[in-house]
Design a protein around this ligand. Structure first.
Ligand code: ZN
Length: 459
């Protein structure tokens, strides 16, 4: 048992001073008592926020951020970016994937993300044959998360088809592919690594409606239900107009309508992107209890379009944020861009605030904590008994936070963009993993990462 005394902290019911937090050996909070100064506890000065869950990550893509920005011949688009990504993914070794993920997860912790849902789809050798251990690349991701100290919801991806109607996959997709039996075996193999762990959860990720047939979707759900009937289920959906049109052509229904028609979507689901929604789909998705997994910087980078956040939140919809392709690893930037996208198209301000006089930053931060924790299926995202002890300490001496109190701190953190983040320290599961702005193993991870990227650049 360890005790922390938080000088000023954001609890589920608002801001409190001198918050005594008891944490057990598993890194879980057992009690939270405001206004309880105690001499023997480890004191955390400044302003403490709960760690944010990052609900969508493809770790290896961090290493190609910035490498797909020179327009090729013809129009550059999501689909040409995907070709670059396939070429890049085709060359990575298991050690590369671990090195990239460790660096990324350390960067996430430095940015205030203390848990991540890894949508993990590179499974096999470059020629498509499984590794001797078919879970090899999952183990690499788990090892990276363990080394960095970040909470992990691991979502092995089921990928089988190259398009709607059961189209055969392309050769470049061969590292991703499973049939339903091989996929179920992969899940079974992973189960023991999650038993009794407060900081890990195993879920599934049927890649998308274009990559997984209706039968396969049902098989994947049956496989995970046999392991954990409440496990998270994540899927990419309605990210691009072309995908919506192909779905309409193949099924007569738009993707979100089609998925909701199956009668399986509930609060264990995270629909990643869900960018292109009709008013009817927006209301249906909000009523389903599922989380819309928004990745604003990636969606901007890929030219996806804009999620109808104002309508979705007004309908009681749940959202969380992810850094997805990792063109940015900065929670404040994701939240800012989420709001700014709405401002630019609607020509208004404070559009996602919870009513007149209410803080936009607080609404966004609370929604992302709650929705993110739900999507990850982990007890996290709040400084509360039962949750993982994930604390993000902002430096109250930072110039951008000077004079800010209460929710204005969140508005300043999110909307006063700054070259140096005010995040000074981070504890994940009660462990002090970021000290003075830097992950405790940053030097070691960065050295391996640089070596990996230089080698890949020479190939
Ligand atoms: Zn994605």
């Amino acid at each position: 048992m360890h005790r922390f005394l938080l000088h000023r902290a954001l609890l589920p019911d608002g801001w409190h001073d001198d918050v005594l937090v008891a944490v057990d050996a598993q890194g879980r909070i057992t009690a939270v008592t405001p206004a309880a100064p105690e001499a023997g506890a480890e004191r955390i000065a400044g302003i403490v926020l709960p760690g944010l869950p990052n609900l969508h990550s493809h770790a290896f893509q961090r290493a190609m951020a910035g490498l797909a920005e020179a327009a090729g011949p013809g129009a550059d688009s999501f689909w040409t970016w995907r070709e670059t990504m396939y070429r890049f993914a085709g060359r990575l070794t298991p050690a590369d994937i671990e090195a990239i993920a460790a660096q990324l997860y350390a960067e996430m912790l430095q940015a205030g993300y203390t848990a991540v849902a890894e949508f993990h789809y590179v499974h096999h050798q470059p020629d498509g044959r499984p590794y001797d251990d078919p879970a090899e690349l999952s183990w690499r991701v788990l090892a990276a998360a363990e080394a960095a100290g970040i909470g992990l919801t691991h979502l092995p991806v089921l990928y089988r088809h190259g398009g709607f109607g059961g189209r055969e996959p392309q050769p470049r997709q061969r590292r991703f592919l499973h049939d339903s039996d091989a996929y179920a075996r992969l899940l079974d193999k992973l189960v023991p690594a999650f038993a009794g762990r407060a900081d890990r959860r195993l879920g599934i990720a049927p890649h998308s409606l274009r990559a997984v047939s209706p039968d396969l979707l049902r098989a994947a759900l049956a496989a995970i239900d046999g392991i954990d009937a409440a496990a998270p289920v994540h899927i990419h959906i309605a990210e691009q107009i072309a995908e919506v049109e192909e779905c309409l052509g193949a099924t007569g229904r738009r993707p979100v309508d089609w998925l909701l028609d199956q009668g399986v979507v509930n609060d264990r689901w995270c629909l990643v992107h869900a960018t292109h929604l009709t008013a009817g789909e927006t209301a249906r998705l909000a009523a389903s209890g599922a989380v819309a997994g928004l990745c604003p910087t990636t969606e901007a980078n890929l030219g996806d379009g804009l999620f109808p956040a104002v309508e979705f939140l007004a309908a009681g919809g749940r959202i969380g944020i992810g850094s997805d392709s990792h063109v940015s690893v900065d929670a404040a930037e994701e939240l800012r861009l989420l709001e700014y996208g709405q401002r630019l198209t609607r020509r208004g301000r404070s559009l996602l605030a919870d009513g007149p006089g209410r803080s936009t930053g607080r609404r966004l931060f609370d929604a992302a904590c709650r929705g993110g924790a739900q999507a990850l299926g982990l007890q996290c995202g709040a400084i509360a008994a039962g949750c993982r002890a994930d604390f993000v300490r902002l430096d109250d001496e930072a110039a951008t936070l000077a004079g800010a109190g209460g929710d204005a701190v969140l508005d300043a953190w999110i909307f006063a963009g700054q070259p140096v983040s005010p995040i000074r320290d981070v504890w994940a599961g009660g462990r002090h993993v970021v000290e003075n702005g830097r992950h405790v193993r940053a030097g070691e991870f960065a050295a391996r990462y640089r070596q990996t990227l230089r080698r890949l650049a020479e190939q």
